[in-house]
Design a protein around this ligand. Sequence first.
Ligand code: ADP
Length: 440
Amino acid sequence: MSALSGAVLSLLFSAVLALAVGWAAYAALGWAVLAAALFLQLLYHLRHFVLLERWSRQPTLTNRLQGSGVWDEVLARLYRHQRAQEMEVREARHNANMYVAAGQALIDGLMSLDAAGHIEWCNASAEEMLGLNRRSDLGQPLVNLVRHPQFVQHFKQGDFRRPLTMPSPADDSRVLSLHVVVYGGKRKLIQVRDITQSCRLDEMRRDFVANVSHELRTPLTVLSGFIETLAGLQLDEQERQHYLKLMAEQSIRMQRLLDELLILSNLESSPPPPATEQVNMTELTAKVLRDAQALSAGRHRVWLEKEGEGDLLGSEAEIASALSNLVSNAVRYTPEGGEVRLLWQVNGKGARFTVEDTGIGIDAKHLPRLTERFYRVDRSRSRETGGTGLGLSIVKHALQRHQGHLEIESTLGKGSRFIACFPLSRVAARMPAFQIVAGA
Ligand code: ADP
């Protein structure tokens, strides 16, 4: 039975009762009964109105309304409705919080501005990249806080089809890309991205192409000059041989450059070598020593020392290339009469191959850039000794692919120490030597 029909029924019942009394007794008593019944019903409804009025001032689910009779159902329905609404509000709030949390978790910076360009909301990345303070800067016009002329002009022009590239106001060594999106009339959403790394990569790529072109152009110019000389001049056999020798030197130089570029590109593009191949370091260090002695051709004292036993796990070709480059540099940059000491150490922390020389040494200011491609302290000296400027780059990459790294210590005029360090995970116990069992 609905609340309304309940109320109508009780009215009908009062009327029928009053009629019955009026008919059975006398009319005045019937009216009195009707008046009393109506008064009681009025009181009953008034009491519930008062309850409802009080509850409506603070309609929460904690102070649940308790009615009686027909009101019980009305209040229960109201309570259910209120509960459903509260749950909807809670869910909407939860969703809004999740969106805000997602916006906060973005690595890119995100910020919303109202139609007048005041900051409404911004995430931590935008705050950090643009040097803002979320507490004090909310509600401020963004152009008053980010005052870089490029940004102010971009913002005022209002042409947001292309993102703006500008230095970070917080740290001008960082490059930012700002993309403004207009929505909901004049409101704006700004996406801020740190593109420092990709700008650096672009710059490196441009430098690299310029360097390779330069490195190849020099020997090519020399070669074409000699070809013209050989073709245009009448030369005796001795002169011809001399020019041919110089031409051969230039083509060897180009060949070496291309070989090293290929090695570098392989190191950069192929997956790192698995730690399954065991490299026999007794043999490899002995070979590196022999190569160094051959390159020195008796001009230096070159020797190898060992501390501990152990092999490396990884690519023999890459490890050999790293060690050979270090050793060849030591020989090439050490004047005649100097010393080159090689040291292979294995201990509980890992393994190290040290190449120490008493050569020309390197000024400390060059050390951080030595492993960059084509970086040379003295370009002509490097060329004279057949250097390509790629050796230490190859060493760095080869070591990194074995989770290792290169340490460099040097004193100008006294000598250098290059240390190839490998972690314990790349060290294997020495392979047991093959033994001939007597009588077997
Ligand atoms: P390069 O082919 O020119 O030797 P590397 O990449 O092997 O190129 O080395 C980069 C630069 O580091 C060299 O040009 C040289 O100036 C310096 N260098 C490397 N090894 C030594 C060393 N043992 N002693 C002095 N300078 C060195």
